[in-house]
Structures are given as C-alpha cells and as structure tokens.
Design a protein around this ligand. Sequence first.
Ligand code: C2O
Ligand code: CU
Ligand code: CU
Length: 486
Amino acid sequence: MNSKLGFAVLIVGLLAVPACDTEVVIPAATEFSRPPLLAPDSMDIDAEGNRTLDFSLTMQRGKTEFIPGRPASTMGINGDFLGPVVRVSRGDTVNFHVQNKLGELTTLHWHGLHIPPDVDGGPHQQIAADTTWSPSFTIDNRAGLYWFHPHLEGLTGRHVYNGLAGLMIIDDEEEGALDLPRSYGVDDIPIIVQDRRIDEDGNLLYMNEFTDHTGMRGRSVLVNGKHTPPLGVPAQRIRLRILNASNARFYNLGFSDSRNFQVIASDGGLLAQPVTQTRLRIGSGERYEIVVDLTDMRGKTIEMQSFSSELGFSGAGFDELDGTTFPIMTLEVGTPTATVAGPVPQTLSVIPELKTSIQNTRSFVVRMGVGGVMTINNKTMKMSRIDETVFLGDTEEWVLRNASGVPHPIHIHDVQFRVLSRRQGAPLPYETGWKDTVVLGPRETVRVQMTFEDFANPDVPYMYHCHILEHEDRGMMGQFLVVNRN
Ligand code: C2O
Ligand code: CU
Ligand code: CU
C-alpha cells in the first residue's frame, strides 16, 4: 500500500471509530441480584463442637451485561462480577483456597477481620497468576458484615472496580439470640453499593478522565452489580446489610419518603442500642446494618436514595451526581412472610467503656498535594518502609487529621477501633460502636482508640490507608508492625 493511501485509510479508520469513551447512564435493571451463599467444600466438627470449614474462591475474568446484549469484560470471584457471601461463625477455623485465574498478580484481603498479618491479604501476600493461596485462621470478630477484595499495591482500585469484591457475614451467639430479621435474601438482604462509568457499548471505563486520580466515580449506581434494581420485599421489618464498595463515592442513604430507620450495626458489629435516623452517611469501605419497617407499605413501592446534596461536600473530587439526590434501588413491597421480626430490641449489645489509660498517641496528617500526590505524614506508601511500630497489648489513640478540602475514609487493618471525637465534638450517633473505617470530613480531625491484641509479627506489617482506592493506589497508605515489648 502506498503511504498516501495508507494515511487515508488510517484517517477514515479513525473517523469510523465510535466515541467509545463517553459515559452513558445505563437502563435500570429489571432484576435484583442476591449474592449466593458459598457452600463450604467441607466442614468438620470436633468433639467440643468446634467447626473447621474449607472454602474455595477463584478470582477470574468474565463478561457482564450492564447493558443487555452488550457484554463488558469484568472480573469476579467464583463468577463474572463480584463474589459469593462467605458465611461463618465466630470461633470457626477457616481454610481458604484462593485461586488466581486472572492472568496477573493480585492479593485478597479480609477487610475488618482480626487475624495475623501474614494471612491478612495485604500487598505483601501476593498471589501469582495461576497459583493458589491457602491462608487459614480462626474467626474472632463480632457478628457483622465484613468483606474481601484485592489489595495489590497500585492496582487495588482497578481490581475492585472490575468486580473483585465479596461479602463475609459473621454470626455469633449474642446476635443470634436477638429478635432481628434474619431470613437471608427475604427480610435480611445484603446490599453492595458501587458506582461505575459505563460507555454506550456497555464497557466499564476506568481512569479515562483527567480528574479521576482524585477518585474514580461514575453515574451508574449498582446494587450487587445491577443498576438501581427493583427489590421485592415483604411488608414487615426488613434488615439491610449495606457495604459501600465504591472506589470513591460517598452516599447519604435514606428513603424517598424520608421515613425513619434504625441503624443496628457498624463495621465491627452491633451497636449498644439502635439509632433512629432518616439519613446515613457511608464512605467507601464502611458497612452499616439498618432495619426499616415497611408494614404500612404493602402493595406500594418506595425508593432507597442517596441524598448526596445534603452531604455538604463539594469541590475537587466531587461530580455533578454528588450535588443531587439519586436512586439506589426500588423496594417493591409485597405480602408479609410467616416469620415477622418484632420491634428492634432496645438493647442490642454491650459496648465496653473507653479505656482511660493509654500507652501511646500517634498523629497522622492526610494531604493531597499538587499533581495528585497523596500522602500520610508527608510520605507516600513504600513497601520497604515501616512507618509505625506498635507494642502488642497497648491501647493507643490515633489522631487523624485531614489537611485537605475533601473527605477521606481512613481504614486501619488488624483491629476494630472506637471513635473518640470528631472536630472536638462527639462522634456521629451511629459511629459509637466498633469501626475499622472512619470518614474524615474536609479539614476535620477524628480521634480513635484501639487496643492491639493477639497478633505480633516483627516482619510482616499491617496497613492503614485511605479507602478511596485511587488515593490508596497513589500512596495514601502506610504500614505498621505489631511487636512484643521487651
Ligand atoms: Cu478494604 Cu486495606 O482495605
Ligand atoms: Cu482492610
Ligand atoms: Cu483519600
């Protein structure tokens, strides 16, 4: 081909390529997706009744039709997009077999679990392509909603965005004894909220706009992988276990008639008492459980929405959607079931008094610099650098200061913590229980308290970081060791 003709062909070719990187808002899904409960490969019960369970998780590539008939390339765990629910009880020993069929390096982290650092699944526990990672540990968390997702340095955002995330529900005796909605998928429903940017061919777009380094956002809001789906629920009290697994977006959840609901649990399980709210702020990585009474709604529909304009966040890192109220899903209320949970008990759990004697205080300053540099204490994450060393058994206060104008959800591995104060005032009423992720508002200082128990390892660190995944991937992360004092 002569070069002139070649050039002409190239130009025509370029003109013929449709504008594929333009976002569209996809149609609402016609079905709700309930993540399947994962059956263990095997379960042993010893003479004392202790259970040992084996689970297989396969991280793989797949196709997902966010727009019917237009499949996108996605990633999933035992499926095409997202993963199954691993349901276990406190005290169980679990053996996971995590197979990496992605064709590239990754990790799998157990967000919120109190487990040794060498099985935590952070950036150091890499799983090479075509290998299987088999961590074992004992479940020692309170009943609640936890989750798992990749944590590879620099690539967490991309992997989670493509669909690698799943839920873990932990049960225990305390929670099991309460009269709460607990029929899985009927009146006890897991809700994974994520936003995605999708083009007209149905493909996921990631980091294709200049401002995306401040946090990847899209205008299509998915629940369990489906865009604003309809959820059929009975006319009674229902429980929603909500995870914000978005890369960056915050939500301010509520119902279209602004009815009351009760927050019963946070990241680390049950609150002391239910907290009545009409709105619930949830940053990426956070979990809350709510109970909403739909007895009066038989035959009607009601929307769950995000009243984002009321968040009071704006400016850099926020998009148009954040200035509005937008739908999350539609609840279609049918007839009540045979087992209807009564009013939420006024006492849910006992949250211990805060410790008055603490061994150490540390300060962390979160900053966003020019050119998108994301730092904690003026450092970006370095795999070979340990930032903090904590003594096993110590109770510490961490003072988390946000020196930027946008909020950051700060997550700490290993332990659940308590929120002491927010801007010198009290924490929000629904963050007075156990947390592993806490939102720092713009220029806000939040103090937290935690005790580092059980797991010391002089060689393998735990992570603390911003759970806006593009901030984390750009360095807003540090490492701490827990060591024995001597
Ligand atoms: Cu959900 Cu260190 O992450
Ligand atoms: Cu975590
Ligand atoms: Cu951040």
